[in-house]
Design a protein around this ligand. Sequence first.
Ligand code: IPE
Ligand code: IPE
Ligand code: MG
Length: 251
Amino acid sequence: MSRSPAAEAADNANAVPRHVAVVMDGNGRWARQRYMPRFFGHKQGVDALVRAVNAFADRGVQYLTVFAFSSENWKRPTEEVSGLMSLVLVAVSKYLTKLAGDGVRIRIIGDRSAVSDKLRAAWEHAEALTEKNSRITLSVAFNYGGRWDVVQACRRAIADGVKPEQFDEHFLSRQLALSFAPDPDLFIRTGGEMRMSNFLLWQAAYSELFFTECLWPDFGEAEIDAALQAYAQRDRRFGGIRALEVVPEGT
Ligand code: IPE
Ligand code: IPE
Ligand code: MG
C-alpha cells in the first residue's frame, strides 16, 4: 500500500534527532572475545567514540551525549578504574586537537569532585579550547548518574533559597547537568543489555529507545545509520495522538 504524502511528511518531521544519547557498553566483552584484557576494549572504545562523533555530526545530529563512566562504575576492580582514569587523560592528549579541528564542542557532565586535579584540569582545557565550536556538542558523562543529577539540581535550588512555588519541572531542568541541550530524542544502548543503568533518567522521559547487540568498539557508520533509520520510523506522540488522526473541529 502506498503512503499518502501527508503520512510521509509526518514521518520525516523527526527524521534526524537533534540530540542522541549513547550508553557505550560492551568494551569488556569485545576484548574478552579476542582473549585480550578489558583495558584493550576500553582503548578501542575511545577510537569508536571519535569516529562516532564525526559520523553523527555528518548526519546532522547537533548534540551527542555519551556515558563513559557511571557513578556506580567505582565498584569495578581498582586496576580497571585507574586504567579508565588514565585512558581519559591519554584520550584527551591524543584526540583533543583533532576534535577541536573537526568543530566539536566538548563538555563534561558528572561529579568532578571525585576525580584527580590532573583530570579536572584536562577537562577544563578541553572545554575552554572547544568553547566556540558549533558543529556538534559532545557531552561526556563521567562519574555521572541520573540520580546524582537530580539530587545536585535540588541541592542547588535549596542553597539558592528557591520557594516551593518557583520550583517546577522547567526550573529543575535548568539546574540539571545538560541544561544547555534539548532532551535526547534518541537513546541508544550498545552491548545487548536493555536497561538505562542510571543514565539521564529525567531527560530521557520521552526519548526513543534503541538497543543493539553490537558491542561499543564495533559501533560504526552502519550501526549509526540503522539506529537513525529506526528513529525516523518512530511515531512520537508525547502523550498525545498522531497528528494525522486529529479531526478538525466541526467535521
Ligand atoms: C562500557 O563497557 C564502558 C564502561 C562502563 C567504562 P563495559 O566495561 O561495561 O563492557 P562490558 O559490559 O563488561 O562488556
Ligand atoms: C553503563 O554500563 C555505564 C557506562 C557505559 C559507562 P555498565 O556496564 O556499567 O552497566 P551495567 O552494570 O551492566 O548495568
Ligand atoms: Mg557493561
